[in-house]
Design a protein around this ligand. Structure first.
Ligand code: ZN
Length: 382
């Protein structure tokens, strides 16, 4: 048969870029073929969603672990953490590695490349090692180093075309040349874990950096005489990652980023292995982390990633006064665009069939990835 089997999801409230459509989503193979108002066409395969809200699958471009699995620990742990987050609506993951020796990072990038080749993830994000000692947060300071083009080239090779983002502190010597190398290699340069002045950060964006890594966290804060990387990022108009867990940012700050433009806000998890497991003691890049009431901290009190999932970040944004439309853009379309993925992030014909079915309280009921259902409860329980 030449025709792809078509699945029609009926009785859905479908969030499209033009608003909510009460109707049906048609799916052919791994793609969305149409969104139609009303009951939808007769089809051999039809499923009623009983009036549930359907939003685009979440795109998390910054995640370290989950479900008890640290993505830096092994290839199996990486795959398991990706499955855990899939149960929470994440249909596209960019796996993130904290600062480590370059050899170790190359090994981790190799695992990510295998998983990306298998179609399970979109690639990797290097959160280090070219970061500021002053703003390193939970990054292990022993392995931080100044930008090094040879080390970068080794890591690009190890990732076999799947390194998509590298976070850099632009005030370090050689940072601008490293941004040139990243742009030439097709890697998004992100500004983060930085003590840069406003001018230093602007220079990075002028040079080709196109993303801000967890805006406000791990960077020099705004001062009225030295507005630093925060206002430089907002003025440059780049997408800005935010950790919306109720701990890293005040809701008013989230609304402020949004006020600069609905296409700017990017929800990430920055989740660590403890996510979905509970309070206790964990390891992050060789440093001990304590999780209490969902907040992960080092012994010195520094926040060390989060225990957030994308469904919680999305639901919290709506509680914080963000519209469903804006929250969906921040959780899917904006992060997809930030890393150059053009085939997902919105429920439109031709896009990959990545869907999250939500209940009345915006909790995940079901997750579809590339046209196949992934059962939320089963995946999350793993
Ligand atoms: Zn991180």
């Amino acid at each position: 048969m030449d025709d792809l089997a078509e699945l029609v999801l009926t009785d859905a409230r479908v969030l499209t870029p033009d608003g909510i459509v009460d109707g049906a989503v048609r799916i052919a193979g791994d793609r969305i073929s149409a969104v139609v108002a009303g009951p939808g066409p007769a089809a051999a395969q039809a499923e009623s969603l009983a009036g549930a809200l359907v939003v685009p699958g979440f795109v998390d471009i910054h995640v370290h672990g989950g479900g008890g699995h640290d993505m830096s620990a092994s290839a199996d742990d990486m795959a398991a953490a990706v499955r855990f987050h899939r149960g929470h609506g994440t249909t596209t993951s960019l796996v993130s590695f904290v600062t480590a020796p370059v050899d170790a990072l190359c090994e981790q990038l190799g695992w990510a490349a295998d998983l990306a080749d298998a179609g399970e993830i979109a690639g990797a994000h290097l959160e280090g090692p070219f970061l500021s000692h002053v703003r390193c947060g939970a990054q292990n300071p022993d392995h931080l180093r100044d930008p090094d083009l040879d080390a970068f080239a080794r890591m690009v090779d190890a990732a076999r075309g799947h390194l998509r983002v590298i976070t850099i502190a632009p005030e370090l010597p050689g940072a601008l040349e490293l941004i040139d190398a990243a742009v030439a290699a097709g890697v998004v340069a992100a500004v983060g874990h930085t003590d840069a002045s406003y001018e230093q950060a602007r220079a990075a964006f002028d040079r080709g950096a196109t993303l801000a890594t967890h805006l406000f966290n791990g960077m020099r804060p705004i001062h009225h005489r030295e507005p630093g990387p925060v206002l430089a990022s907002l003025d440059a108009g780049v997408p800005c990652e935010t950790i919306n867990d109720g701990i890293h940012l005040h809701p008013a700050v989230l609304r402020e980023v949004l006020a600069r433009g609905a296409d700017r806000l990017v929800l990430i998890t920055d989740a660590i292995d403890a996510t979905g497991v509970g309070d206790g003691e964990y390891d992050l890049g060789g440093q001990r982390v304590w999780v209490r009431d969902g907040a992960a901290r080092l012994a010195n009190g520094s926040l060390a990633g989060s225990s957030l999932t994308m469904d919680s970040a999305f639901a919290r944004a709506i509680r914080d006064g963000v519209t469903v439309q804006q929250a969906a853009a921040a959780a899917a379309a904006n992060p997809a665009r930030a890393i150059g993925l053009t085939d997902r992030g919105a429920i439109v014909p031709g896009a990959r069939a990545d869907l999250v079915v939500l209940d009345d309280r915006h909790a995940v009921q079901r997750v579809m990835r590339a046209g196949s259902w992934a059962d939320a409860r089963t995946e999350a329980a793993r």
